[in-house]
Structures are given as structure tokens and as C-alpha cells.
Write a protein that binds this ligand. Structure first.
Ligand code: SOE
Length: 404
């Protein structure tokens, strides 16, 4: 490249087009997404420069504090005003599931790109409306992505690369467990995540959605049908006052009904013939965020644990038996997905980096006009699996096909 080109490159770096981000929601996912938007432009060489234009929440004081804390230029208390802003080209939906459809569809129809947290919606009907709106918007050059961020753990992305390259051969088993324990204490209050009208479902939609998306993404196949059991072990909990719980009642000793699952277990058959086993629970005492998976193929196996997210275990079935066995791959080499932008080998990444990777991939899709992954159609497919799981569990594990 000539000197002039290099100096132009420097000028063009400075003149990179900005893309205004508007975020709705500022709790855990709002904070995690903010970290991704703040970081991504300082780590990856991007075609556009993300600008944290505005963040939205119902409580004026709290959202102002969130804007200051997370680096947003403005604060809004009405998501409709945020969607209408001329300095917002991408709306990032980080609210509870009961508002995903309304906000995402309005943003798409207002000409914005959209990133929507998982699961896509609380019902299949909502997810269908969102996927249809995204398809109409795609014809106008708009991009819509679902925030299944674990696809962007380098070890997971590398596992997908190995499977797609045939390193496991024909798949026989896909096994995914997502284990947390934050509901073991019966004194944990009745928050919005435990109310069906806000969350849609419990561990199934919150954790099971990740498990289903990863199984389908890694295998490159879809679930054709499931057999499921679910349970709500603690059926009533103390009621909190205020908006945080989505419930009324100021600091009373009132107790309310839990209307979602604490845990779900299900089996399934992938369209390529592999058998799949899943569990998603908030009752696995001692497991904090243990998303564990193992995939067995005719030529080898892969295993992963989110609590050790820089490592991928690989067994090569074609190696001589006295040499074979699971070996630990430390996924921190520059040739591993996303790692070229970070630190030297062995300097590990964390949970938060998945949000910078998600932001990079979305901004790249927007700049290049290429479909992102996962799309809203992928999110709808997961929603259909969740609905089949709920239908099967209601029929005491009767095998239930996934609608297509
Ligand atoms: C549940 O506690 C939760 O925050 C999920 O909602 C997220 O999707 C998962 O990444 C971490 O755990």
C-alpha cells in the first residue's frame, strides 16, 4: 500500500461512518451489551463506528444514572421516542420478553436495524410476527439479529468450524445442559423472571433457549421433535414491591405464585438423525453458569463448559487407541475465532467478550448488507422448539413434533 493510500487510510479511519445505537433496558443485559458496544470499536477494525446515542428505561432517575455509568449520550423514558430518534440507526432490545415483539417490530417498521435479546419472544405468535417484520425489513436493507451470544464464545465458534469441516463425521449425540442455582433459596423473591406474563417461561426460555440454539447451530441441523418433563419445585415466593418485580405491594410479607418452570429436561431427534438430550435448571445447587455440552460423532467428540470458556475438549477417534483421548485445546491462538483482535496466546477471555464479538458481527453484517446469524427466523425456530417442549411436558413427555 502506498504512503498516500496509508495516509488516506488514516483519514478514512477518522471519517468512518458512525452508526447510532439506541438501547431499551439497562439491567444485566443492558450492562453487558453496553460493554460490548463500548469495546468493539477499540478492538476490531470495523467498517462503521458504533455511537452509544441513547438508552431507555421507565424510571427517569435510574436510566439517567445508567446512561452516565455505561457511557450513553442521552436517556429516554419512552421507547417510542428512542425509536423515533434521528441519531439512532440500530435499536438494541434488552427488556423482558413481554416487550420484545412490540419494540422490535416498531423499530423495524421505523427503518432501524434491530438486535433483540433471547429468547426472541414469549410466544410463537409473537416470534412469527417479528420474523415476518424482519423479512419485510431485509428487503429494505435492514438487519435483524437475535442475541444468542454464546455462539460468539471463541471455543464454541471454533467447535462449529471443526464440525462443519467434518472433523467429527456423522453426528450421533448432542448433549447440552445449562445449570444454574440462583433459585435454590425459597426466599428468593418473585421477580419478573418467575412470572409467565413477563418472562413467557422459566428456565426453559431463559436457559433452554441457549441450549437449543447452540445444539442447532453446532450441528447445523434442526430439532424435529421432543419429549419433555418440567417442574416448578418452589411454587410460591415472597412478593417484592416496585417495578423491579413487575408486581405491586410495598414491602409486604405477601407471597405470590410462581407461574413458570424451575427446571426442564427433554430429549429430541435432530433432522440429520443424531439424538439430543437437554436440561435447563435454576436448581442445580453449586452450578453458577454451567452451560455444558458434548457432541459425539463417528470420527470424534467435542466437549465444552462455559465455566471454563477458554477451553475446548477434543477427542479424535481416528488416533491409535493407545494415544487417543480427550485433549484440552486452549482456545486463545490468533487463528481461533475473534482472537486475532485480543491478547497473546494464553491470555484468556471472558463472558463479556462475547458481547463485543456479537457487536462486531452485527456491525459487519450491517456494513456489508449480509444476513447476520442468528436471524429472527432462527429465533422463531427456537421458539417453536420451546413451544413443543411445553406441549410435551403438559402431556407428560409425549413425543411432540416441532412445528415447521
Ligand atoms: C439467567 O440468569 C441469565 O442471565 C440468562 O438470562 C442469560 O441469557 C445467560 O447468558 C446468563 O444467565
Amino acid at each position: 500500500m502506498t504512503g498516500t493510500a496509508r495516509s488516506e487510510q488514516t483519514d478514512s479511519e477518522a471519517a468512518k461512518p458512525a452508526l447510532g445505537i439506541g438501547m431499551v433496558g439497562y439491567a444485566f443485559m443492558g450492562a453487558a451489551h453496553s460493554q460490548g458496544w463500548r469495546t468493539v470499536g477499540h478492538v476490531f477494525d470495523l467498517p462503521v463506528r458504533p455511537r452509544l446515542a441513547a438508552i431507555c428505561g421507565r424510571d427517569a432517575g435510574a436510566v439517567r444514572a445508567a446512561a452516565d455509568r455505561h457511557g450513553w449520550a442521552a436517556a429516554e423514558t419512552d421507547w417510542r421516542a428512542l425509536v423515533a430518534r434521528d441519531d439512532v440507526q440500530l435499536v438494541d432490545v434488552c427488556t423482558p420478553g413481554d416487550s420484545h415483539a412490540e419494540i422490535a417490530v416498531a423499530a423495524l417498521e421505523a427503518g432501524k436495524h434491530v438486535l433483540c435479546e433471547k429468547p426472541l419472544a414469549n410466544t410463537v405468535e409473537e416470534a412469527e410476527a417479528m420474523a415476518e417484520a424482519a423479512e419485510r425489513a431485509a428487503a429494505r436493507g435492514q438487519i435483524a439479529m437475535v442475541g444468542f451470544n454464546y455462539r460468539r464464545v471463541p471455543a464454541i465458534a471454533y467447535a462449529r468450524r471443526l464440525i462443519a469441516a467434518g472433523r467429527l463425521g456423522a453426528l450421533r449425540h448432542v448433549r447440552v445442559s445449562y445449570l444454574q442455582d440462583w433459585l435454590v433459596d425459597p426466599a428468593f423473591p418473585l421477580t419478573w423472571r418467575l412470572q409467565k406474563q413477563h418472562a413467557g417461561s422459566g428456565a426453559l426460555g431463559d436457559l433452554g433457549a441457549h441450549a437449543v440454539d447452540l445444539a442447532q447451530y453446532l450441528a447445523g441441523e434442526q430439532l424435529a421433535g421432543v419429549s419433555a418433563l418440567s417442574e416448578t419445585f418452589v411454587r410460591e415466593r415472597p412478593v417484592l414491591s416496585g417495578a423491579s418485580s413487575g408486581l405491586s405491594g410495598a414491602g409486604t410479607t405477601e407471597r405470590g405464585q410462581v407461574t413458570v418452570d424451575d427446571a426442564v429436561v427433554f430429549t429430541g431427534r435432530l433432522t440429520g438423525g443424531a439424538l439430543a438430550v437437554f436440561e435447563a435448571t435454576r436448581m442445580a445447587s453449586g452450578r453458577k453458569n454451567a452451560l455444558r455440552l458434548e457432541i459425539n460423532g463417528e470420527l470424534g467428540s467435542l466437549a465444552f463448559d462455559l465455566e471454563r470458556l477458554n477451553e475446548l475438549s477434543f477427542h479424535d477417534q481416528t488416533e491409535p487407541a493407545d494415544l487417543a483421548g480427550f485433549r484440552r485445546i486452549l482456545v486463545t491462538e490468533p487463528g481461533h475465532p475473534y482472537l486475532e483482535a485480543w491478547w497473546p496466546p494464553g491470555h484468556a477471555l471472558g463472558y463479556e467478550h462475547t458481547f463485543a464479538h456479537q457487536a462486531r458481527d452485527l456491525l459487519t453484517s450491517i456494513a456489508e448488507g449480509t444476513p447476520p446469524h442468528p436471524t429472527f427466523a432462527d429465533g422463531l425456530q427456537v421458539q417453536r422448539v420451546l413451544a413443543a417442549v411445553e406441549e410435551s411436558a403438559a402431556k407428560n413427555a409425549a413425543y411432540t413434533p416441532v412445528a415447521g
